[in-house]
Design a protein around this ligand. Structure first.
Ligand code: GLA
Length: 714
């Protein structure tokens, strides 16, 4: 699965359906040969490399005019050493120049995965290749890791730089680079803003630089740390597609660069504009996950889904049924108390909801969003008998309990701020801007982490809880840390993220067995780094079903349905939807992890019955959401969309269809799933898909037994 072919000096990394290959040339340089469909012909792979005279590009005087780092595809590129494109690694040397050149010094093939310092990374690799490079001037070694995951057709890459004692500052270090040589691609990713997440971004890679990034200290609503590169004719089911995803929750960049000759380079990693690192001992980059398929966008999504489910998300929650929650936020906002919430729990129990989630407002003096973040002690006016007694009462009903926290924040109006103003993340001599009236804790400071972890564990330790929603409601600004010396202030953002992970580690360990849900004002921190601690994420505060169709579809490009938390609410935003159509709301929310977010006390008996039926139906669908394979249906009219989830055994399918646009095209189920044969799950009778007319429907959701699978991709 990973071999070094001595005859050709080629490293060949194979997964079930893909091959990745690179070659050592002139003893010192690793040139990229191939990433694509499985290819076991080493001679042919070797023949992909050739040299020819270069004009104008700098060349190495010992090797001669036929070799330039500017014209060959490389595994990693180095600043100011002859490669004139944007490069992956830039180190400032002792004398202040930034010339960087790492040369090949050997390799090692290891069993399994390698743990990535304080950063989260994929587990359960089959093999890991570690390639060693040395830069004699900076005195650094660089170890480039490639872990392969055979069954999911994925490769995880990261780099480690090790100092030998000379002064060196890392100015830029990508997690990985993919040089395609001459190529033609479309760049696809996800963009958005608060309450408006999940827009698919797609354009042809043009000459120059382009890509996605964050500079807000978290992954952000603006772009997601994920992209695909599609060959121009690739579709949902066909064609060459590459997928890239970063396991990182801070400032990132994924950049594609194309030259006039058509050469394309893709790089992904920490955003170097807001980063530098004075090397003391070693530095790890975040992990980058790569995949490829010749079977279109859909298969690349499935590869990423399989990777995240099998190698990143806590295995304890991968197949365990997720709770159907009722969340108090949209129902009551800060206006909560134990009597009211107990009434919620009673109704919830009757209609089949299994977990009551107490959202914001249960602690300190938190009656609006201007105070108390950091004061993680229960509000005794709202919970007179305390959280522990409340939890016992809720559990006595047969319900589970969840709670909301926002541990990385501090309100100006809080006991914590009065006690520890130095815990605020803030640049020296600058005034700190507010975001939602709040400031951010300096997680570079271990004392700040300790303090909050201690407060939360003290308050919640004896409270029986099954679920915690972890929020993060503002972006970073005026970034600096009083625990770092002057020369290291530019390390603050990355150190902050290491602190974020440390806090996640500590709290998830303190509350073992509790399901954590990530959130950041909805979708401000949807990424694989957070997923390694929180198996599901609240991807948007926007619960309008019409908007949600778009948001959830975009998220499904990179994240499994089981990672996306979706609630039925009754906020009415979209004129297209007359009133609150619980049918559409449910059929959309049932495309992920279902929950409810509405005032149960105001529901009519009829609506309660309808919700009870929905939950029963969802309980049958839920195993498919957790482990099934997602197939999006291509080629529908604008406003129409459809997908189905097929069980791994290919014996059960759940079909979803929405028409939330203006399309009036006549369409039956047979049109979107030609030649499938289903049995009705309940009656056991065969289903004539021609007779299922979707034309007048805005939505449709049904679960079937599969008689025959007619999808060439399934
Ligand atoms: C954010 C979350 C919401 C809710 C509020 C509470 O906006 O996205 O779901 O938890 O915070 O303040």
């Amino acid at each position: 699965m990973i071999e070094f072919i001595n005859e050709y000096q080629i490293f060949k990394l194979d997964t079930k359906n893909t091959t990745y290959a690179f070659k050592i040339v002139h003893d010192d340089f690793s040139v990229h040969l191939y990433y694509g469909k499985r290819n076991d012909d080493a001679e042919r792979l070797n023949a992909l490399y050739s040299e020819s005279p270069v004009s104008f590009a700098p060349y190495n005087r010992q090797i001669g005019v036929n070799f330039s780092l500017d014209t060959v595809a490389t595994e990693l590129s180095f600043f100011d050493s002859g490669d004139l494109k944007d490069t992956a690694v830039k180190i400032q040397n002792e004398n202040g120049d930034c010339v960087t050149l790492f040369k090949y010094r050997g390799y090692e093939i290891l069993d399994g995965a390698v743990k990535l310092g304080q950063l989260p990374n994929s587990f359960g690799a089959d093999k890991t290749l570690c390639v060693k490079y040395e830069d004699i001037v900076s005195g650094c070694f660089l170890y480039s890791y490639y872990s392969i995951f055979y069954e999911s057709d994925t490769i995880a890459r990261f780099n480690k730089v090790v100092s030998t004692g000379k002064k060196a500052v890392i100015k830029k270090i990508a997690s990985g680079q993919l040089d395609f040589g001459k190529a033609d691609f479309t760049f696809l990713s996800i963009c958005g803003s608060y309450y408006n997440e999940g827009h698919i971004l797609e354009y042809p890679v043009h000459i120059g630089k382009q890509g996605v990034y964050s500079n807000s200290g978290h992954t952000s609503h603006k772009f997601n740390p994920f992209c695909m590169l599609k060959s121009p004719c690739a579709t949902e089911t066909n064609g060459d597609v590459y997928g890239i995803e970063l396991v990182y929750s801070g400032d990132f960049e994924i950049q594609a660069e194309k030259t006039i000759s058509g050469f394309i380079r893709l790089m992904a990693g920490i955003n170097h504009e807001t980063f530098s690192w004075e090397l003391e001992d070693y530095f790890y980059t975040p992990e980058m996950i790569l995949t490829y398929s010749d079977r279109g966008v859909g298969q690349v999504s499935r590869n990423l889904h399989n990777h995240l489910r099998n190698h990143l998300i806590n295995p304890e929650f991968v197949v365990k049924k997720r709770p159907v929650v009722v969340n108090t936020w949209e129902a009551s906002y800060f206006d909560i108390d134990e009597e009211k919430l107990f009434q919620f729990a009673e109704i919830a129990k009757k209609i089949g909801i299994d977990t009551l989630v107490v959202d914001d407002g249960w602690f300190g003096k938190r009656n609006d969003d201007t105070s108390s973040l950091g004061d993680w002690r229960v509000n005794k006016t709202k919970f007179k008998s305390g959280l522990r007694a409340f939890s016992r009462k809720v559990h006595d009903l047969g319900m589970n309990l969840g709670i909301w926290i926002e541990p990385e924040m501090i309100s100006e109006n809080s006991e914590l701020y009065r006690l520890h103003p130095e815990f605020v993340l803030k640049a020296k001599d600058r005034e700190c801007s507010l975001g939602r009236h709040q400031m951010v804790l300096d997680l570079c400071n271990p004392k700040a982490i300790e303090y909050v972890v201690h407060e939360l564990t003290e308050t919640l330790a004896d409270v029986r809880l099954e679920y915690i929603k972890w929020d993060f409601n503002r972006s970073l600004s005026e970034v600096g840390s009083c625990v770092l010396p002057d020369g290291k202030q530019n390390e603050t953002k990355h150190r902050f993220i290491l602190g974020v992970y440390e806090m996640h580690k500590k709290l998830t360990e303190a509350f073992r067995g509790v399901l954590f849900e990530g959130c950041s004002g909805g979708g401000g921190r949807v990424d694989a780094g957070i997923l390694s601690f929180c198996p599901q994420i609240w991807v948007s505060d926007n619960t309008d079903p019409v908007e949600r169709v778009r948001i959830q579809n975009a998220m499904s490009l990179a994240y499994p349905l089981s990672a996306v938390s979706c609630h039925v609410s009754n906020t009415v935003l979209n004129a297209m939807e007359k009133g609150t159509d619980y049918g559409l709301r449910f059929n959309v929310a049932a495309g992920g992890v279902l929950g409810y977010e509405l005032n149960l006390l105001q529901l009519t008996g009829k609506t309660k019955e309808e919700i009870a039926k929905q939950i029963k139906k969802y309980n049958a669908i839920s195993p498919l959401i957790l482990t099934g394979d997602l197939y999006r249906v291509d080629g529908l009219d604008c406003g129409q969309s459809a997908f189905y989830i097929l069980s791994k055994e290919k014996d059960v399918a759940c079909v979803y269809y929405y028409n939330v646009g203006q399309s009036k095209r006549n369409v039956t189920l047979a049109n979107i799933l030609p030649n499938w044969k289903f049995l009705d799950f309940e009656t056991g009778k065969s289903v004539n898909l021609d007779e299922i007319d979707l034309t007048a429907k805005t939505n449709f959701l049904h679960i079937y037994q599969v008689l025959s699978v007619k999808n060439e991709n399934a």
